[in-house]
Unconditional design. Structure first.
Length: 202
């Protein structure tokens, strides 16, 4: 009689990913907006200009002028945020969001020192700039890269037109500054660190 033994194989399953930080960012943006609205101070109190404090600079990344402004930005955050959070990790994702948003505000007020800026669009532009580089395949990279390039050209043309005549209240330079900050963030992250981070996220 022969005895047979079989090694038990441990089966591990990955937990489904939930974008906790993206959810918290949406919650924070919404909370700041409604806090401003209910206190009758409007969003202008948390907008940033050169005469404001560091507090205003940080809060301007979460502040919005009206409900349409908030909903439009949160829609884009829902579209690009979860993938960025999953592939970059929470800390790098949060850093990218804040760095892009702050650079967006600073870039805008350096050009227009008499103006104010608020909104998450600069931070989201930074996420969009990185988004094509974290895709799983070339087709997705090309598609998202084309979308980002289209938005970049649109903002550049809008900014160029605003130098001649201020047609609307869109902070085109803020979008451009945020997008460029996102690309710089990706560059400073380094190729090895970036690819190691993406490999862990798979």
């Amino acid at each position: 009689m022969t005895n047979c033994c079989r090694k038990s194989r441990k089966i591990t399953t990955k937990r489904p990913f939930f974008p906790v930080l993206t959810f918290l960012l949406i919650l924070s943006n919404t909370a700041v907006f409604f806090l401003d609205s209910t206190t009758n101070s409007l969003t202008w109190s948390t907008a940033f200009n050169p005469d404001n404090t560091l507090w205003n600079l940080l809060f301007s990344v979460f502040s919005h002028y009206d409900l349409d402004h908030l909903c439009y930005n949160m829609l884009f955050l829902i579209l690009v945020g979860p993938m960025c959070e999953k592939r970059l990790g929470a800390w790098r994702y949060a850093s990218l969001y804040m760095v892009s948003g702050i650079c967006s505000a600073l870039g805008f007020v350096l050009m227009y020192p008499e103006a104010e800026i608020a909104g998450a669009s600069g931070a989201i532009a930074g996420l969009m700039a990185v988004y094509p580089f974290i895709q799983h395949n070339l087709a997705a990279t090309l598609l998202t890269g084309f979308i980002f390039l289209f938005c970049f050209v649109k903002d550049f043309l809008g900014f160029s037109a605003s130098l001649v005549d201020q047609l609307d209240d869109t902070a085109y330079l803020g979008h451009l500054s945020g997008g460029l900050a996102g690309l710089l963030f990706l560059t400073l992250l380094g190729r090895k660190t970036f690819h190691r981070t993406l490999h862990k996220a798979r």
